[in-house]
Ligand binder design. Structure first.
Ligand code: SF4
Length: 166
């Protein structure tokens, strides 16, 4: 692991929620900006390759930043039920996300506008789910089941198995 670089990396999670708000605002005015959501989807994988760790979740993620910042006042502060913390539930969410994303991309048939719309919808759904989880449980409860996090774990395992990273 590139520990020195990791320690030097400054967290921007105090304010990275601004990226999320800017993203949805831009996409609202022009759906073409929706494609930028790909950055949010691919960043966790990039950080796994670069730092062998989920730096995206701990230092960067605009969604995590948004949930942590704005849900503190509204949360009921419950713990997630045990069954939601199981690998089965997390894998199910990841599978459902990949499945619905793939079907929607297929239906977009290469149209830039439709692909952008699919990405905005995916980003919006995960934000809404994050807010619902944050209200009923703890502000960042979504992070305990987030498909991006589960996917990053699996991606790291695959890279380790293939000896692409050590
Ligand atoms: S778990 Fe998901 S929502 Fe939470 S910080 Fe990581 S990528 Fe963002």
């Amino acid at each position: 692991m590139n520990r020195v670089s990791l320690l030097k990396l400054k967290s921007i999670q105090n304010w990275s929620w601004i990226f999320l708000v800017t993203y949805f605002t831009l996409a609202k005015f022009n759906i073409y900006f929706g494609i930028l959501g790909l950055v949010c989807m691919l960043m966790p994988l990039y950080f796994v390759i670069k730092y062998r760790s989920k730096v995206h979740c701990s230092h960067v993620c605009p969604r995590g930043s948004f949930l942590g910042k704005f849900l503190k006042r509204f949360t009921l502060h419950n713990n997630l039920p045990g069954w939601m913390r199981t690998s089965f539930f997390k894998d199910l969410l990841l599978t459902m996300m990949i499945f619905s994303f793939s079907i929607s991309l297929y239906k977009a048939r290469g149209s830039y506008i439709d692909i952008s719309a699919v990405i905005v919808t995916m980003m919006f759904r995960s934000l809404i789910l994050g807010i619902i989880f944050g209200i009923f449980f703890k502000p960042r409860a979504w992070c305990q089941v987030c498909p991006m996090s589960t996917g990053s774990d699996k991606f790291k395992l695959a890279l380790l198995k293939l000896k692409i990273i050590k």
